[in-house]
Design a protein around this ligand. Structure first.
Ligand SMILES: N[C@@H](CCC(=O)N[C@@H](CS)C(=O)NCC(=O)O)C(=O)O
Length: 225
């Protein structure tokens, strides 16, 4: 039976999975869950995913959430060179994916980015809201410094100096910053890395909706890096 991916094309967590699936030509049925209209809160979806989020993968009797885990599963299942079987290489990829998914995403995504673009992330008072973004931005700069100097200073890719699912994952998280006009100009190695990631065969197709969203926000003033 063909696998099925529940997703939303603008979702930061869905994009790396969709990009990897497309680049590796993994047979997959896609079902859009319209999170902008609250479809993930309807009974049909909450019955199968009580966390009410996308993406979610179904492979026969396996149903799984968490984009990072889904990427690892798909890469291992297809023996993809982007997730080598060598234990130490794989451990490095896992490490970098955890890094992106925890401190980096918390400060960059939930601290700086989402409060500025999603009304439901608005804090109760202006002071609280501005403080959240200022805090998020300060921490974000620290993480970008690590990414730029330590991960990418001498390497083309974030783990083992070869293209891996950590680049798919991290690249999609970092480029969500384009919604708030991030240019990453203080981080030349990040810019170089992103330029490479954007050469992936299905980058433009998979990110069409993100870029449409970014275009709709253009002209607004945001805190960014
Ligand atoms: N840790 C989860 C996060 C998934 C996630 O945050 N999904 C967002 C879209 S990017 C979502 O479904 N949001 C719906 C909501 O917050 O109501 C993963 O990596 O898969």
């Amino acid at each position: 039976m063909t696998m099925k991916l529940y997703m939303h094309p603008a979702s930061t967590a869905s994009r790396p999975v969709r990009l990897f699936v497309a680049d590796k030509q993994i047979p997959m049925v896609e079902q859009v869950v319209d999170i902008l209209k609250g479809e993930h809160y309807q009974d049909e979806y909450t019955a199968i995913n009580p966390s009410r989020m996308v993406p979610m993968l179904e492979d026969g009797d396996l149903r799984m959430t968490e984009s990072s885990a889904i990427l690892k599963y798909l890469a291992a299942k297809t023996n993809a060179p982007e997730y080598p079987a060598d234990l130490k290489k794989r451990a490095k990829i896992d490490e970098v994916m955890d890094w992106f998914n925890t401190q980096f995403y918390r400060d960059f995504g939930y601290g700086m980015l989402y409060p500025q673009v999603f009304p439901h992330h608005k804090r109760p008072t202006e002071e609280h809201h501005a403080g959240t973004i200022a805090w998020g931005k300060e921490k974000t700069k620290v993480w970008f410094g690590v990414l730029d100097k330590n991960f990418l200073g001498k390497n083309d890719y974030v783990a083992n100096n070869q293209l891996s699912i950590a680049d798919y994952f991290g690249g999609c998280i970092v480029t969500a910053g384009e919604l708030i006009g991030c240019t990453y100009e203080e981080y030349p190695n990040v810019q170089r890395w992103l330029a490479n990631i954007k050469k992936l065969p299905n980058w433009n197709k998979i990110n069409e909706v993100l870029y449409g969203f970014a275009a709709s926000l253009k002209g607004q003033k945001f805190e960014n890096v």
